[in-house]
Design a protein around this ligand. Structure first.
Ligand code: C2E
Ligand code: MG
Ligand code: MG
Ligand code: MG
Length: 277
């Protein structure tokens, strides 16, 4: 009967729900252990100048080297890390590891000018980040000017006053600031003007159809012009084709990041390819 069916589908829904919660709990405890067991790794993707196509920096991107499941991409665990607060520990680890790696490259005679690290909104909310950054820089000996922190528009707009306070602290230390995935969120132009920003990263969604979608081309042009008038550097994310690079260079975009130049790779792989040159 319909009544039976109704009950069955309710129970089915219930089962699914508890299974999902169970999975999340398992993932959560596995993630907590991953931090302690050193299963998290950073891969690095070069950023390339449109002027002379030399590497001007790298972005640190987290992966989870799971003993059974292999390499897990960030979209599969960063959201849970953010919901559960584990992102605090993970974020601090990322910061420390990226700065440590930079100093290691320095010692090996490889000059990687700058490293970028992604910051989650929860790291801004706790108010702990400026002090943590300060102590990691001191501890590792990396010059503040060589560290970029990447914040999305939604991270900034979540609590603009808190974000602004933190950003002012970073500016005082000499740490650089970038808006990540620019164009996909809602930033207020008033904040863009007022915040101590150094660079805008044009989201990949506007880059991927250059050559096919004139709307995207117009948007890229507008973003580069906006950035220029505000005195900010522009980085194009997700450049995969030569034609996209040519178009962006023609607009006066400063820096490229994308598979056309390199995918994110383990530190050792970058070290090896640089040594060969
Ligand atoms: P994001 O910060 O915008 O990083 C750029 C993403 O675009 C990376 O994905 C990178 O691998 C990918 N990408 C770069 N060039 C290309 C390209 O030419 N084509 C395509 N299809 N993709 C390209 P990934 O490494 O999977 O990271 C995804 C997101 O996860 C990051 O986006 C960032 O939001 C987040 N994330 C990564 N590492 C961290 C971290 O340490 N902390 C936090 N809070 N978030 C992180
Ligand atoms: Mg980023
Ligand atoms: Mg991005
Ligand atoms: Mg992103």
């Amino acid at each position: 009967s319909a009544k039976d069916k109704g009950r069955n589908s309710f129970e089915f829904f219930n089962d699914q729900l508890s299974e999902g919660m169970h999975e999340n709990l398992m993932l959560e405890s596995a993630l907590r252990m991953a931090v302690e067991r050193n299963e998290l790794v950073l891969h690095y993707q070069p950023l390339v100048s449109f002027n002379d196509f030399t590497v001007v920096g790298v972005e640190a991107l987290i992966r989870w080297q799971h003993p059974i499941q292999g390499l897990i991409p960030p979209y599969k665990f960063i959201p849970l890390a953010e919901e559960t607060g584990i992102i605090g520990d993970i974020g601090l680890w990322v910061l420390r590891e990226a700065c440590r790696q930079m100093v290691e490259w320095d010692k090996a005679g490889l000059n990687v000018a700058r490293a970028s690290v992604n910051i989650s909104v929860q790291q801004i909310e706790t108010g702990l980040l400026p002090k943590q950054v300060e102590s990691v820089l001191k501890e590792t000996g990396l010059a503040a000017e060589r560290l970029y922190l990447e914040l999305t528009e939604s991270t900034i707009m979540q609590d603009p006053q808190q974000a602004s306070l933190a950003m002012t602290e970073f500016q005082k230390m000499g740490v650089k600031l970038a808006v990540d995935d620019f164009g996909t969120g809602y930033s207020s132009m008033a904040y863009l003007k007022r915040l101590p920003l150094d660079r805008l990263k044009i989201d990949r969604s506007f880059i991927k159809d250059i050559g096919a979608d004139t709307n995207d081309e117009v948007i890229c042009k507008a973003i580069v012009q906006l950035a220029k008038s505000l005195g900010l550097e522009t980085v194009a994310e997700g450049v995969e084709e030569e034609s996209q690079a040519e178009f962006l260079k023609g607009l006066g975009c400063d820096v490229a990041q994308g598979y056309l130049y390199s995918k994110p790779v383990p530190a050792l792989e970058l070290t090896a390819s640089w040594k060969k040159k």
